[in-house]
Design a protein around this ligand. Sequence first.
Ligand code: DGT
Ligand code: CA
Ligand code: CA
Length: 369
Amino acid sequence: MKSEFLQRVIGHIDLDYFYAQVEEVENPALKERPVIVCVFSGRTEDRGVVSTANYVARGFGVRSGMPIVNAKKLLQGKDPAVIRMNHEKYEVVSTRIMDALSEKVDVLEPTGIDEAFFDVTASTSGDFERARTAAMGIKEAILSTEHLTASVGLGRSKAVAKLGSDLAKPGGLKVVLPEQTKDFLGPLAVEKLYGVGPKGASLLKGAHISTIGQLAGADPQELEKLFGKKLSVYLLEASKGNDSDPVRGDLEPTQFSRIVTLKEDTTDVEEILSQLETGVGHVHEKLSSSGKSFRTLTAIGILTDLSTKTKSKTYETPVSDEESIRGGLAELFDEMSAVSDKQFRRVGVRVSGFTDARDQKSLSDFLQA
Ligand code: DGT
Ligand code: CA
Ligand code: CA
């Protein structure tokens, strides 16, 4: 059967309290305690904001974006774990999960470090019960391989799927059958709709629209005055779960990477480079087949204590040859092993900063802009 005749089955997956959960996996004793992952920004010790917090900390009122000092006040006497954000570490986990996910769905469109839309219309023949089973399988796979929980929504459009994953948080699965779409969306607050945002919500409030159901019944011309043609058409469609933007699996990649597990833990750079040779080949192959050059090369090391270390170098002019990757990695791993006495367990290579990334604007980009 041709997929254009099938009921679309769209999913959205979002990892729960992502940065903080990754920290818990690395150090399970943290699970019982409030955990805040922080971006330290200033000269004074506590200057900066909470990037995210686990649900224990959220139970005491801590939120993303909150100044660290405020979070510490809320957590006084609660034995909080205050952890410095390590973006590279989360990026490595994210890449692994996205790679695995892309094998399990028909089309995957990552929209952030911890979330993605997916389409399973063809593989489920448009059947939501089969999609439910597939989604449970995906959640279980992430749990068993990465020990991370995720929330998933299934619906007939991106906006419905995204709302589903929001409401399933943390750790749940929300399936909105096509015939339930109107009843599901109607009562929800309009700011929850994908693409509305706080600014859009306040414009809508001014027009006395506070639920998605009210938005669905709004006058198209009034909406166009507030949001312009493109966005107002989208909002009206999305409020009915009829937004038609496809899941885009063809977005330009922004990086290629490969991580390998060493046969034995080691600090020997030559041994590391020799075992990483297949990874270098893989990354080089990806570069050649896509006709890309890169400027930034990153060496990734996961040590025996499971902590992740990375070191990067940026080339003045873009390169794409295998020798530059090898030479650069040798330097980077030399530098890394010089400052650490721990052994490496897994090692990886990543290239990023591509030069020819085409300007391919999707509706998602438009909404996120
Ligand atoms: P949740 O609600 O269980 O999905 O929790 P998170 O923490 O996964 O929240 P999400 O999906 O909105 O964001 C994914 C990651 O992005 C999160 O782990 C940390 C980072 N992040 C989110 N909000 C902020 C923020 O306001 N400031 C900073 N610096 N980082 C943020
Ligand atoms: Ca999340
Ligand atoms: Ca997210």
